[in-house]
Design a protein around this ligand. Structure first.
Ligand code: FAD
Ligand code: SIN
Length: 527
């Protein structure tokens, strides 16, 4: 058993932000499965939203966030995040993030749903620059220990205490698999923060990295925490359509800087039929549904995103990484349109938290994409999610420090029990089930849903639960098995939430219930 002051699961924007604040006063252990830069943070392109221009106001950013979120946002959270945004950007600048600047001010780009230019960025690869700066600061800090290659399996609660079975929901840490030795160890702490990212890989097509399997959401749920609004899965309108490169995002900023969506069959700009005022800069759910509709109506494989009417230097200057990547695939975006399709992109729902990042369980905090803080509502506004990671990573860490004296030292806990399991005999079971979940989630629980499709998905999930639980009960854990179990749990929560919402709102669009209720309400699931 290894004991620390605070345990953080996840080394992306949320986890490392919290680690750096906590490290001022205590010893922190950060666990991550795979590589330290393996989460979504490293992949973020467009940037971070913040009111930094004199012509812009907090109220504008709040309004844009709530319009995109179709009114389901909690205003208190939106205000909290928007008002802390400039401070978050200044902290990142102090860590050395080289944001693009013009004539002494930060360059602000524009994205869908934003009424003003307010996205700070590092070219078209903002996330990689942020991840690098946070990792460097964490690495350099004597109070932070970074432990990659450790896949967390389940939270340790009262029922794992060695001396007695307290049955309490108090969280004392986590059991984690060392991916290099195959050994499982207990890591305990006075407080634990989940910063495990989203569950995007539950879908066949997703811009999210391989490890986005909803682990934190599933672990918190199994330990007894409520989750909220899991049906609100965001689909990004413009993922590259390419048979070899499956999940390369074409940033929304391409549309922000003038890119147009064209139906390749009719050669017509089609957003004017769906949202004549906002066109390509309508919120994501609107644009993704419009593309989905064109693809289905005309039997297309993709639509075109075209920015070739802008000067070539401008395009290369704004999107150097995307330009190079596409050129390597034979597409010159300064002269040709880019074939694009929608793909899952962001998990708006998650572990229910308050403004201090507290979950329902004593000793357990959560921050970032694994949470439902009330910021995004029924649809996340572009570039609000890195921002949420910085604001809530900071808030959770400060709350832990403020309440430090109330956190007891963890008790002795029982070691991981492997006495009743053997080596896995048929790895194919994992691959088969993983593929099956992702396919039916895409087909039945995607951009457009129906009651029948949701019912079919629920039925498949029920059957798979028996099979996966049986496998988990008999065989030694591996990262693949941990992820499959969590992926299935996430799928179950998404489908259950979708079936509980009897209206269409934001990202949840059901042909059988197309109306929007007068009063917005969260879908809160209780374990
Ligand atoms: P992540 O950065 O995903 O990190 C999760 C961490 O948890 C990782 O370290 C992972 O290893 C660890 N982890 C997960 N499960 C376990 C486990 N079982 N055991 C141990 N460790 C575990 N948002 C914006 O605001 N602006 C953008 O421009 C933008 N562009 C994006 C582009 C792409 C392609 C994608 C996929 C997302 C983009 N987003 C953007 C969304 C944003 O990147 C994410 O929401 C954000 O980075 C999530 O950060 P996080 O810290 O919550 O989690
Ligand atoms: C993008 O660059 O389009 C992604 C921005 C985001 O997900 O917020």
């Amino acid at each position: 058993m290894t004991q620390h002051d605070v345990l953080i699961i996840g080394s992306g924007a949320a986890g490392l932000t919290a680690a750096l604040v906590l490290a001022e006063r205590c010893k922190v252990l950060v666990l991550a499965k795979g590589a330290l830069d393996g989460g979504s943070t490293n992949w973020a392109q467009g940037g971070i939203a913040a009111v930094l221009d004199e012509g812009d106001t907090f109220e504008n950013h709040i309004r844009d966030t709530m319009i995109a979120g179709a009114g389901l946002n909690r205003r208190e959270t939106v205000e909290f995040v928007v008002e802390h945004a400039p401070q978050a950007i200044h902290r990142l600048e102090a860590l050395g993030v080289p944001f693009n600047a013009e004539q002494g001010s930060l360059h602000l780009t524009r994205e869908g749903g934003h009424s003003h230019r307010r996205i700070v960025h590092v070219d078209d690869a903002t996330g990689a620059a942020v991840q690098k700066a946070l990792l460097k600061a964490a690495n350099d800090h004597p109070n932070v220990t970074l432990l990659p290659g450790h896949a967390c399996i389940d939270l340790i609660t009262g029922r794992h205490e060695a001396a007695r079975y307290s049955g309490s929901g108090r969280v004392w840490g986590v059991y984690a698999l060392d991916e290099s030795t195959g050994k499982v160890e207990a890591y305990t702490a006075r407080a634990t923060i989940l910063a495990t990212g989203g569950a995007g890989r539950v879908y066949q097509f997703s811009t999210a990295p391989r490890g986005a399997t909803g682990d934190g959401i599933a672990m918190a749920w199994r330990a007894g925490a409520r989750v909220s609004n899991m049906e609100m899965m965001q689909f990004h309108p413009t993922c590259l359509y390419n048979l070899e490169v499956k999940n390369f995002l074409i940033t929304e900023a391409v549309r922000g800087e003038g890119g147009r969506l064209i139906n390749p069959r009719t050669a017509k700009r089609f957003m004017e039929f769906y949202d004549p005022e906002r066109l390509e800069l309508a919120p994501r759910d609107v644009v993704a549904r419009a593309i989905d509709s064109e693809i289905k109506k005309f039997g297309l494989d993709f639509v075109h995103l075209d920015i070739s009417h802008m000067p070539a230097d401008f395009v290369r200057g704004h999107f150097p990484n995307i330009y190079e990547r596409l050129l390597g695939l034979g597409i010159d975006m300064t002269r040709q349109p880019i074939p694009v399709v929608p793909a899952q992109h962001y998990t708006c729902g998650g572990i229910l938290i308050d403004l201090a990042g507290r979950t329902d369980l004593p000793g357990l905090y959560a921050a970032g994409e694994c949470t439902e803080s009330g910021l995004h509502g029924a649809n996340r506004l572009a570039s609000n999610s890195l921002l949420e990671c910085f604001v809530f990573g900071d808030a959770a860490a400060r709350d832990i420090l403020a309440r430090w004296d109330s956190f007891d030292a963890p008790p002795e806990v029982r070691p991981w029990d492997e006495s009743r399991v053997t080596e896995a005999d048929e790895e194919v079971v994992i691959k088969q089930n993983w593929t099956e979940i992702r396919r039916f989630m895409w087909n039945y629980v995607g951009i457009v849903r129906t009651n029948k499709r949701l019912e079919r998905a629920a039925h498949r999930i029920k059957l798979l639960f028996d099979e996966v639980n049986d496998y988990y009960g008999h065989f030694r854990v591996s990262t693949d098995l941990i992820e499959l179990r969590n992926l299935l749990q996430s799928a179950e929560l998404i489908v259950r939430s979708a079936r509980a919402r009897h209206e269409s709102r934001g990202l949840h669009y059901n042909l059988d219930t197309p109306q929007t209720d007068a009063e917005p309400h969260d879908t809160i699931l209780v374990p």
